[in-house]
Design a protein around this ligand. Structure first.
Ligand code: FMN
Length: 378
């Protein structure tokens, strides 16, 4: 890929320093710096002038919302929505803040984040660390740029009291109610229901047809004025995946975000040195190990449902080619976290610049024309 001038200073100077520190400490420092930079129009403008790249060929309207480019920040990086002021200036067209929960939670025991650099992955076990939805909306969430598309991911509080579908569903509904009643609700463009985090008590129990139907029926009764997206697991067989998306389509879900973390400890998915490192650690994996399963499901769901549901492709995007592959398999939009951690924040502009070249080379006049152009379903 053609890197921007900022790639060298990040990869040769900043990354070696950052990677010398504990990953969660670095993430927290970035969150606090990002929070401060997002407060002032001057720092927002300066950041935008350094990082942002847009081009008309990348702009598209998806289910009524206009995205300046197809690249968004995935849920989990800005978990308390403290960076919603600065993320638009880093070049993303959209962000899913959260996952937020009804009650606050300090997170799973540490260490809960580790780097697997040879695998290009992160081990994640934060388990919905959250300041709680009310505090997050009252104190942090903002939207300085009206063109930016802001989403909020909502999941069940990670507690033994809310660890079965019977208790998770009312807890999630309470969080939706808090959001809907809040004066900042108009700032939010979409809500993302997270049924797929593998790091919480009762993980995965909502990703079954019966429980998904139950929670979507409850959400229907809230008569939300915002589109609903659902974050999908990647460890699901084809038949179950189609069943689950069928239920979403019946309930008018706008988009399916494919998908969440990789759960298996399959040595083939990891570099051998990295594999030794994760043996004694709890958690699940982002980045490259997620990519094959995510890509397969994107193709499957696109070929099965076509335009009945929007696909947001997530997992292992490090280059414009990675993003383009998901788009050609059927994703209208893409999101990432791990690629940015390894390559630096200039990656977003680099992906957008690279996508313009790939689209031009293929003779497309708008990104919409590239969606679903790979025929192969596998
Ligand atoms: C540190 C970290 C925290 C995450 N937390 C969440 C979360 O709270 N909610 C969620 O839906 N996904 C979460 N994820 C999963 C990401 O949104 C994404 O699906 C996954 O990391 C694959 O994308 P990537 O390879 O670009 O990182 C998290 C990922 C990371 C790396």
């Amino acid at each position: 890929m053609n890197h921007s001038l900022l790639y060298w200073p990040y990869s040769h100077l900043l990354r070696p320093i950052l990677f010398g520190f504990d990953p969660e400490g670095v993430h927290n420092a970035f969150t606090n710096i990002g929070h401060l930079l997002g407060k002032s129009p001057f720092t927002r403008g300066l950041t935008r002038s350094i990082f942002t790249y847009n081009h008309p060929i990348l702009t598209q309207t998806v289910a009524g919302l206009t995205f300046k480019n197809p690249v968004g920040l995935a849920a989990g990086f800005d978990y308390d929505a403290k960076m919603t002021g600065i993320i638009p200036s880093v070049g993303f067209a959209f962000e899913t803040a959260g996952t937020v929960t009804h009650h606050p939670y300090a997170g799973n025991p540490k260490p809960r984040l580790a780097r697997l650099p040879r695998t290009r992955s992160l081990l994640v076990n934060k388990g919905f660390k959250s300041a709680g939805v009310q505090t997050i909306l009252d104190r942090y969430l903002k939207k300085p740029n009206p063109d930016f598309i802001l989403g909020l991911s909502i999941g069940a509080t990670n507690s033994p009291l809310t660890s079965t579908p019977k208790t998770q569903i009312p807890d999630i509904i309470q969080a939706f109610k808090v959001v809907k009643a809040h004066p900042k609700y108009p700032l939010i463009d979409y809500l993302e229901l997270n049924i797929s985090c593998p790091n919480v008590l009762g993980a995965g129990t909502l990703a079954t047809p019966a429980h998904l139907s139950q929670i979507l029926t409850q959400i229907d009764k809230l008569h939300l004025s915002k589109p609903l997206w659902v974050k999908f697991p990647i460890h699901v067989n084809d038949k179950d995946a189609v069943n689950l998306v069928n239920i979403m389509v019946k309930h008018g879900v706008t988009a399916v975000v494919i998908g969440n973390l990789y759960k298996l400890r399959d040595p083939k998915a990891f570099d051998s040195q990295d594999f030794q490192k994760i043996k004694d650690l709890k958690g699940n994996f982002s980045g490259k190990p997620t990519e094959p399963l995510s890509n397969h499901l994107i193709s499957l769901i696109y070929h099965h449902f076509g335009s009945k549901i929007v696909i947001v492709g997530v997992g292992g995007i490090f280059t414009p080619q990675d993003a383009y592959e998901k788009i050609r398999r059927g994703a209208s939009l893409v999101q990432l976290i791990t690629g940015m951690v390894y390559e630096g924040p200039q990656l977003i502009g680099d992906i957008n610049r690279g996508l313009v070249k790939l689209l031009n080379r293929a003779g497309h006049t708008n990104i919409k024309e590239a969606i679903g152009t790979i025929e192969d379903k596998s």
